[in-house]
Design a protein around this ligand. Structure first.
Ligand code: CU1
Ligand code: CA
Length: 526
């Protein structure tokens, strides 16, 4: 008895697993947040290598770096890896780190489920990346996995379907955790309308995830049963319709775009007030704008399908509904600019990435409006204009906001200040090379260059050369970020409890617990 009680009293610290077991069994939101971020960065580099192989193939007309079959696998897997492996898990990593700190909760509501949400991801990634090595290789149906091609592809497609199922389960569990944490675990006095905006954007994103991940799971399951169990959901010969797949997929796919951008809005809404040294302009309107964007995102899916023979009334509906989203998005951009108006601004790396985001993401918003116009979209469908548009949204939008947030919170996460000079070099290289890569793609698309092809007419040569040079510059610039993060984890100037001077009270709504070094043993709670 006494031995047992002795070990119970004093055993907590002694029995805490260390080394690898600590990371496998951890239920600490900070540890899990770090694992999400490291995982997503590894996936970002894998997807990046695929992108660079694509750009090497397209460096000049007539080049053949890889087989055309493999090229199609690369464009597909680049998209899937970046969307499901890099961007989404990175935002979940931010949510894990920041939400409990920002609302004054001790941890996520379901700490053990949180561990499980993360550890589902590495096996899913292995399935996805492993599909390159099965007979027939990875699926080459495009990241949207359109039927009938995806029904006919080799077994790489089955691995992809299974991976999508697992990543979907992980996302849903993560989203449930975020909703329950925010609704039930806020500190006394932390009303919903006092929450930092990052929490609001994630609360709304979590609802989007719970609503649409099952739709994606349904879409790929229908492909699976069409492939192996004799159904004909997407087979016209059996009474089905391949266009049905596009409806189901984009009912998931458009809200998915906002899943990847609303948390980015949240990060930018934290960073800009800090470095403008003014409270966020129009907090309540930001909340309502976020919610409006989320609700409207369910009503626009067929703007991806203007060339499928939709009735004219349908085309008009989806065109106007899409344009409507520009209103709440405009409210947000206005509020960010108004926050900076007459602020005493400084431009440390997080602010550079947020202001950069504002310029370049807004470009992606404008080209989105152009694509929304049905008669124009019919011309631009499946051209590089669309590729340019969504990379302005997902790279200049999601990725730049992730970098902004990473630099902003690295001092909190690691306990050290990052190297400001290297951070600034990373920003300027990123934004310059980003534009060299993707701006010419607008012209390529307008001139009619189709996407997802391994070779092209020599008339497209100049802009492709520019894009490829830009892509390699952009890719290698990301190694600077890796260097900054590794350096910051390993040491450096100790970060103050409030690392951003002159911005007292704007960084955190509640006093956050003192940071401990994530890569040290966590402190023992007495
Ligand atoms: Cu869309
Ligand atoms: Ca080629």
């Amino acid at each position: 008895m006494s031995a047992v009680s002795h070990s119970l009293e004093h055993g907590h610290h002694a029995h805490q697993p260390s080394g690898l077991m600590r990371w496998i069994t951890t239920t600490n939101h900070k540890d899990i947040g770090s694992m999400y971020l490291i995982f997503s960065f590894i996936m970002f580099l894998s997807g990046g290598v695929m992108a660079l192989t694509i750009r090497a193939e397209l460096f000049a007309p007539g080049l053949q770096v890889v087989q055309p079959e493999f090229f199609n696998q690369l464009t597909t897997m680049h998209g899937l890896v970046m969307v499901f492996g890099a961007i989404m898990p990175a935002f979940v990593g931010f949510a894990n780190w920041q939400i409990p700190l920002m609302i004054g909760a001790s941890d996520m509501a379901f700490a053990r489920m949180n561990n499980w949400s993360f550890w589902l991801l590495p096996p899913a990634a292995l399935l996805l990346l492993g599909s390159f090595f099965v007979p027939g290789g990875a699926t080459a149906a495009g990241w949207t996995l359109y039927a009938p091609l995806s029904v006919q592809m080799g077994m790489g497609m089955d691995l992809t379907i299974f991976a999508v199922h697992i990543m979907g389960i992980s996302s849903i569990m993560g989203a449930i955790n975020i909703v329950v944490t925010i609704l039930n675990m806020r500190a006394p006095g932390m009303t919903l309308m006092k929450m930092p905006l990052f929490c609001w954007t994630w609360l709304i994103t979590a609802y989007l995830l719970i609503a649409v991940m099952p739709v994606l799971a349904g879409a790929v399951t229908m492909i699976l049963t069409d492939r192996h169990f004799g159904t004909s959901f997407f087979n016209a010969a059996g009474g089905g319709d391949p266009v049905l797949y596009q409806h189901v997929f984009w009912f998931f796919g458009h809200p998915e775009v906002y899943i990847m951008i609303l948390p980015a809005f949240g990060i930018v809404s934290q960073v800009i007030p800090t470095f403008a040294r003014k409270p966020l302009f129009g907090y309540a309107s930001m909340v309502y704008a976020t919610a409006s964007i989320a609700i409207l995102s369910f009503t626009v899916w067929a703007h991806h399908m203007f060339t499928t023979g939709l009735p004219a009334a349908g085309q008009l509906f989806f065109m106007y509904a899409t344009m409507l989203i520009a209103v709440p998005t405009g409210v947000k951009v206005f509020n960010w600019v108004a926050t900076m108006w007459r602020g005493s601004m400084t431009f440390e790396t997080p602010m550079l990435f947020s202001v950069g985001f504002l310029f370049v993401f807004t470009m992606g918003g404008f080209t989105g409006l152009i694509c929304a116009i049905a008669p124009i979209d019919i011309q631009l469908q499946d051209t590089y204009y669309v590729v340019a548009h969504f990379h302005y949204v997902l790279v200049a939008g999601s990725l730049f906001a992730l970098f902004s947030g990473a630099y902003y919170w690295l001092p909190k996460w690691t306990g050290h200040m990052y190297d400001e000079k290297l951070g600034k070099i990373h920003f300027w290289c990123s934004i310059v090379f980003f534009n060299i890569t993707f701006f010419p793609m607008h012209f390529l698309g307008l001139a009619g260059m189709p996407r997802r092809i391994p070779d092209y007419n020599p008339m497209f040569a100049d802009f492709n050369l520019m894009a490829s040079i830009g892509a390699f510059g952009f890719g290698f610039s990301q190694l600077i970020f890796l260097a900054v993060v590794v350096k910051c984890i390993r040491g450096g100037e100790r970060a103050a409890a409030k690392p951003w001077e002159g911005a007292e009270g704007l960084e955190w709504t509640v006093p956050s617990p003192a940071p401990y070094h994530t890569f040290e043993e966590p402190p023992v709670v007495k």
